[in-house]
Write a protein that binds this ligand. Sequence first.
Ligand code: FE
Ligand code: FE
Ligand code: ZN
Length: 260
Amino acid sequence: MAMLRDAVSIEASTFQFFTRNPRGGAAKPRDLEDERKFVSEREGAGIKAILAHAPYTLNPCSADPAVRDFALRVMADDMERLEGVPGSLYVFHPGSHVGQGIEKGIELIAEFLNKILKPEQSTFVMLETMAGKGSEVGSRFEELRAIIDRVSLKEKLGVCLDTCHVSDAGYDITNDLNGVLSHFDDVIGLERLRAVHINDSKNPLGSHKDRHAPIGEGTLGMETFRAIVNHPALKDLPFFLETPQDLEGYGREIALLRSL
Ligand code: FE
Ligand code: FE
Ligand code: ZN
């Protein structure tokens, strides 16, 4: 309910949260009463979508079996917890192959998802488009497609597009948003795009860096965001800010994006 109150205080209609310590793995004990309250009050509060983000330490395609096992335990626990708030969205970074090669990474991530996804779950899981720093898998749409192709329960799996990451990965959403989205459609299918992380970038196109900037203050710039929030393929998706801001700053960016 604290998250709902914060969201309402800045007139947000969505919010994202970490399921646990993003740089560790420890989660707070569940508060079932709080979950029930949230479920009953969210609609009246105007919260249309919530997105749970997996911790950064989750690496389903690590070369180390202990790290892969940790990823399995964490995400399985996240899936169980999220059923307390039915119909939630969940996003995770596909992982870093750490020298094993993209192909091996794709294989391990798909194998991981085939263990995690269950027909009865109500949570929709998304792979995040990545900037391609280090050995990250998922900076090219083809890699995400290759993962999806190998997963059985495809109806539980989609993609979250991060505007900072795709630009850092080399997709020119500033000069050719239509071209990038039509490429996304050809390779993955726009029906699989279910959420947008809306961030400016501190670095130029193709930099493979992943440093988020406030909306309009980075290399993407305000006109790019005007095009994004109004694009027919995107405008009805839930948007989530991950800019370096405090709560008030998010409130200002929400108002700014609505004004576009
Ligand atoms: Fe992320
Ligand atoms: Fe993101
Ligand atoms: Zn990022």
